[in-house]
Design a protein around this ligand. Structure first.
Ligand SMILES: [Zn+2]
Length: 450
C-alpha cells in the first residue's frame, strides 16, 4: 500500500504502526509539486516536512537542534533513525520549503491513518447511536499576534489604531460517549475567501468542510454534531443535501419560531415525555426527555422542519443539574430519545479532549518556525493535529506504546522522557526507544506480542 522506503535509517525488519505512518507521510510528501529541479532539492522538501513534523510528534521545539548536535558528534541522529530524514534542514530552509505547500496535500494522511483501525477491533467501540461514528464540528484559534501577519490572516482593527492578526480553523473530530480518545479528521482553515468582502467565519468553513468530506462521511457512516452556531437553515440544508445525519444544539434565543411553536404544543399538553431514574455516584438523578417532530427552524415560508428534543437532569428532589436541547433530521421515539441525546451531548468532548489537548498539553499548537506568507502557519497546524492523531492511533494499535503510556500515566512525563532520551541517545528505531523505556521502567511485556 505504501511506497517502499528509499535508503533511510528506518528499521524495516518489523514494520510497526509508527514506521507505516512515517512511510505514508514520506510517500505523501514526495507527491508534493516541487517547482525546483534536481533530485537533491526534492529530498530537501521531504526532509523539511518530516523535520517539522518530528518537532510536533516529539513535542520538542528543540528536537532538530538537538539532532543536528548529535549528528555532529555521532554521525547519526534520531531524526535519521526514527523519522528517516536524510539531512536536517535549518529552520530557515524549513520555512522557505514549506511555505508554498498547501495543507490540503497532507489531508489524505488523516484518512489513511484512520483506515489502519478498520481491520482491527479498535474502531467498533467508537460507533454510537445507529452504529454511527459521531463527528463534532468546532472552531478554534491557533494563532494571534499584533506584529506578525500574512495575507491569510483574519484581522481585527481596534479603536486605538492597533490590529490583531489571527488564524482559526475548524477541527472536526470523531468522538464517542464514554471514551476519552478522540480521532481528528482534516481541519478546514478559516481564511478570508476570494470574492468575499466579509471575513470568513466558522460557519462558512463548516460548509466547505462538509462539501469536501461528505463522500467520506457517508462511506464511514458518520453523523454530524455541532453547537447552536450550526443549527441554522443554510447549514442544515447542506447536511440534508449531502445525506449526512445530524444532531445539533438548539437554543431558544436563536430559534424563536421553533420555540413559539413548541410553546403552543406545551399549552395543548402535546409534548411526549419520558423520565428515567439513573443511579450515579452522586445519588439518584432524574433524566427527563421531551421531544416533538416537525418544528420550523426559522420564520420564513421555505423553512426546513426538524425534530426537536431536550434533556433536563435534576436531583430526586428536583434541583436542576443540566439542561440542553437538540434538533435532528432523525425520527425521535420513546425508544430512541435517550440514545440520541447521549450522542448529541458527546459534542462537549471536542473542547476538552481535542482543542485543550492541542493547546495546553504540550502539542505547542502555536509553536512556529515562522509564520510564512502563504501556507506555513496552516501547514504546521495540520502537522500538529496529525501528530496528535498518530499518538492516539498508536495508543490503539501498538501494545508496547499503550503499555508505556499506561505506566507513565502523565502525558507530560511521557513527552519529557522522549525529549530527554532523544537528546542524548540515538535509537535504532521508534520500537527501540519504546523497548528502552519499558526496560528502564521494568515493565514486563508478554512475549510474542506486538
Ligand atoms: Zn497569517
Amino acid at each position: 500500500m505504501y511506497k517502499p522506503l528509499r535508503k533511510t535509517g528506518l528499521n524495516m525488519s518489523k514494520p510497526s504502526p509508527f514506521n507505516q505512518f512515517v512511510q505514508a507521510f514520506r510517500a505523501t510528501i514526495e507527491q508534493f509539486p516541487d517547482k525546483r529541479t534536481g533530485q537533491n532539492k526534492h529530498y530537501s522538501l521531504v526532509d523539511a516536512a518530516l523535520g517539522a513534523f518530528a518537532v510536533f510528534f516529539t513535542q520538542s521545539p528543540s528536537f532538530l537542534a538537538y539532532q543536528r548536535d548529535m549528528t555532529a558528534r555521532k554521525g547519526k541522529s534520531n531524526a535519521h533513525t526514527l523519522f528517516g530524514l536524510e539531512e536536517i534542514p535549518s529552520d530557515n530552509q524549513i520555512r522557505a520549503l514549506l511555505d508554498p505547500v498547501s495543507p490540503e496535500r497532507v489531508f489524505p494522511l488523516f484518512e489513511q491513518g484512520l483506515a489502519t483501525l478498520e481491520p482491527t477491533e479498535q474502531l467498533a467501540p467508537f460507533r454510537s447511536w445507529q452504529n454511527r461514528l459521531l463527528v463534532v464540528l468546532d472552531g478554534t484559534q491557533y494563532f494571534s499576534s499584533q506584529k506578525i501577519s500574512c495575507p491569510n490572516c483574519s484581522t481585527k482593527h481596534h479603536p486605538n489604531g492597533t490590529t490583531t492578526y489571527s488564524h482559526s480553523m475548524l477541527t472536526p473530530v470523531i468522538v464517542a460517549p464514554g471514551r476519552a480518545q478522540v480521532l481528528p479528521l482534516p481541519p478546514e482553515f478559516i481564511v478570508p475567501q476570494d470574492g468575499h468582502d466579509k471575513q470568513d467565519c466558522e460557519n462558512a468553513a463548516a460548509k466547505r468542510w462538509l462539501r469536501q468530506h461528505a463522500k467520506y462521511c457517508r462511506a464511514k457512516g458518520i453523523m454530524i454534531l455541532g453547537d447552536d452556531l450550526y443549527s441554522n437553515q443554510p447549514l442544515c440544508e447542506i447536511l440534508i443535501e449531502e445525506k449526512l445525519p445530524f444532531i445539533l444544539v438548539c437554543k431558544p434565543d436563536s430559534h424563536k419560531t421553533l420555540y413559539e411553536r413548541l410553546e403552543s404544543l406545551e399549552v395543548g399538553n402535546e409534548l411526549p415525555q419520558l423520565t428515567l431514574r439513573t443511579h450515579t455516584p452522586h445519588g439518584v438523578q432524574l433524566y427527563t426527555y421531551r421531544y416533538a417532530p416537525h418544528l420550523p427552524l426559522r420564520a420564513t415560508e421555505d423553512t426546513l422542519y426538524v425534530n426537536w428534543c431536550e434533556l433536563t437532569i435534576t436531583t430526586e428532589q428536583g434541583s436542576p443539574l443540566y439542561h440542553n436541547a437538540f434538533v435532528t433530521g432523525e425520527t425521535i421515539t420513546q425508544k430512541s430519545v435517550a440514545d440520541m441525546v447521549t450522542a448529541g451531548r458527546t459534542r462537549w468532548k471536542v473542547e476538552n479532549e481535542n482543542n485543550n489537548t492541542l493547546k495546553t498539553k504540550g502539542y505547542h499548537l502555536e509553536h512556529n518556525f515562522g509564520h510564512g506568507q502563504q501556507h506555513l502557519a496552516s501547514l504546521l497546524a495540520t502537522f500538529n493535529i496529525l501528530a496528535f492523531l498518530w499518538h492516539t492511533l498508536l495508543g490503539l494499535l501498538d501494545r508496547k506504546y499503550r503499555l508505556l503510556r499506561q505506566t507513565l500515566v502523565s502525558r507530560k512525563t511521557f513527552f519529557d522522557d522522549v525529549r530527554a532520551l532523544t537528546r542524548y541517545i540515538c535509537f535504532e528505531s521508534w520500537g527501540h526507544l519504546l523497548d528502552f523505556m519499558l526496560h528502564g521502567l521494568e515493565v514486563a511485556f508478554p512475549p510474542n506480542s506486538s
